[in-house]
Design a protein around this ligand. Structure first.
Ligand SMILES: [Zn+2]
Length: 103
């Protein structure tokens, strides 16, 4: 379930950093955390959306949901391509049934 209330107060989707942690746990002293890539977490399913990939290879990105869909102003979310339609459908269903978001 997509919760717009949690998302509308957030400035913008958080960028996470994937670290390559040492596989050998016994050598903690020498373990270095190496930055592998940055990613967003899909606000719908929680999957990683890697930002090191080229635009057309990425599994998703930033989506601005217009006020006409959210009824509470423009909300910026991170979504995978496969989730955009789901979110849109969910928001449209709410509009159809005239369900207001409880704030
Ligand atoms: Zn997703």
């Amino acid at each position: 379930m997509f919760n717009i209330n949690e998302l509308k107060w957030r400035d913008k989707p958080v960028k996470y950093i994937k670290l390559n942690e040492s596989r050998n746990k016994s050598t903690i002293v020498n373990s270095k955390k190496e930055k592998m890539y940055e990613y967003y977490k899909c606000d719908y399913c929680g999957d990683e959306i890697r930002l090191d990939l080229k635009q057309h290879e990425r599994s998703g990105g930033i989506v601005n949901l217009p006020h006409s869909l959210t009824q509470c102003g423009q909300v910026t979310v991170a979504l995978c391509n496969k989730c955009v339609r789901e979110v849109q459908k969910e928001l449209e269903e709410r509009l159809d049934k005239n369900i207001k978001w409880v704030i």
